[in-house]
Write a protein that binds this ligand. Structure first.
Ligand SMILES: CC[C@H](C)[C@H](NC(=O)C[C@H](O)[C@H](CC1CCCCC1)NC(=O)CCNC(=O)[C@H](Cc1ccccc1)NC(=O)N1CCC(N)CC1)C(=O)NCc1cnc(C)nc1N
Length: 332
């Protein structure tokens, strides 16, 4: 078994997130556009349990709890509640239902129906749910923690692996169960993943800012499709933006902005001897005013790891190798 699904960038805001069509339900299938998120492990959707005012503009999951074995089933007493690093949150109840992504189906997937969503979810009408693809240890369902869609399907797949091939301003692909050797143009460099914190966490071997020399130093990072930007230690971020005249940390935003007339320098990361290059044009996030633009590289703050978010991931072919607990990067 393999699967392949399109990854659509949210068109209205600078690839802020990438959405995947997910089909939920057997008796009355519904296609729901969801944000595939390697930074969390809950599969949750707007639903008929979400108050109308919070669900306006969203596709809502309507579980068909009929009597046949193929119907949705409420999991009695199960609830979930999640907080994200951008301060958004959601919570609700849990059904078991058929969930198909790119042709690959899980018959009894925990589908978490939202009863409450915070305001930033309501306003992001392109996104009607999150598809958690971190490790199941982070799933918030209680009293019985639930498995991610990938953990449920992996034994049926040709290989316990999936890949992300995100594009800048264009549709990309998530493939499940196989590696498309035509999708990248070099060898894949793998490095071990630590699941201790439940994320796709790995060590990178250093970085290069623009045309400066490569800085060799082991650093911790997570690969997070659910974070838009590339978050690095504040000292590195300061050095990076020092290369762009007039770029500065804007206190009111808590973020670096730079003159839109400038093109930011490239960012290169190391994995062993592999060098992954993020073109400067990928690090131009978007305008905050007529002349100032929001930087694609920002501080990781007090986080103990950097966050390789979409601005970096879209420049690479990324292999999430669950079977071997490793992550792979290749140029494309
Ligand atoms: C089971 C929880 C689960 C593991 C959870 N995982 C995450 O938060 C990471 C996950 O990938 C989630 C998934 C999101 C959630 C919101 C909807 C879209 C998907 N990612 C995030 O929270 C970061 C998403 N937000 C973003 O990436 C936004 C998008 C944006 C871009 C440009 C301009 C403005 C906004 N970026 C920012 O907020 N930034 C701009 C501001 C800058 N100073 C930092 C970066 C977690 O760590 N929670 C712990 C947690 C709780 N509370 C807090 C406060 N921090 C936490 N880390």
């Amino acid at each position: 078994l393999t699967g392949s699904a399109v990854a659509n960038p949210n068109p209205s805001n600078f690839d802020r997130e990438y959405l995947v069509p997910v089909i939920i339900g057997a008796v009355t299938p519904q296609t729901i556009n969801m944000d595939l998120d390697t930074g969390s492990s809950d599969l949750w959707v707007f639903s008929n349990s979400t108050p109308g005012a919070q669900a306006t503009g969203h596709v809502v999951y309507q579980p068909n709890t009929c009597n046949a074995s193929t119907c949705a089933k409420l999991l009695p007493g199960e609830t979930w509640s999640i907080q994200y690093s951008d301060m958004s949150s959601s919570s609700g109840i849990v059904y078991s239902d058929l969930v198909t992504i790119g042709g690959a189906a899980v018959s009894s997937q925990a589908v978490e129906a939202a009863q409450i969503v915070s305001s930033s979810f309501t306003t992001d009408t392109a996104n009607s749910g999150l598809l958690g693809m971190a490790f199941s240890s982070l799933n918030t369902c209680r009293p019985q923690q639930q498995l991610t869609w990938f953990d449920n399907i992996k034994a049926s797949l040709a290989a316990e692996v999936w890949t992300a091939n995100l594009q800048k301003g264009a549709a990309g692909t998530y493939n499940f169960g196989y590696i498309d050797s035509t999708a990248y143009n070099s060898n894949i460099t793998y490095t071990p993943v630590s699941t201790l914190r439940g994320f796709w966490e790995f060590t990178f071997s250093g970085y290069q800012l623009g045309s400066s020399s490569f800085v060799t130093t082991d650093m911790a990072a997570i690969a997070d499709t659910g974070t838009t930007l590339l978050l690095l230690p504040s000292a590195v971020v300061e050095s990076y933006w020092a290369q762009v005249p007039s770029a500065h940390l804007e206190p009111s935003l808590g973020a670096y902005i730079y003159p839109c007339s400038a093109t930011p320098p490239n960012f290169t990361f190391g994995i062993g001897s592999y060098r992954g290059v993020v073109p400067g044009s990928y690090l131009a996030y978007g305008p905050v005013s007529s002349q100032w633009c929001y930087g694609g590289i920002q501080s990781q703050g007090s986080s103990p790891f950097s966050v390789f978010g979409d601005v970096l991931l879209k420049a690479q072919f990324v292999v999430f190798d669950v079977g071997n607990l490793r992550i792979g990067y290749a140029a494309k």
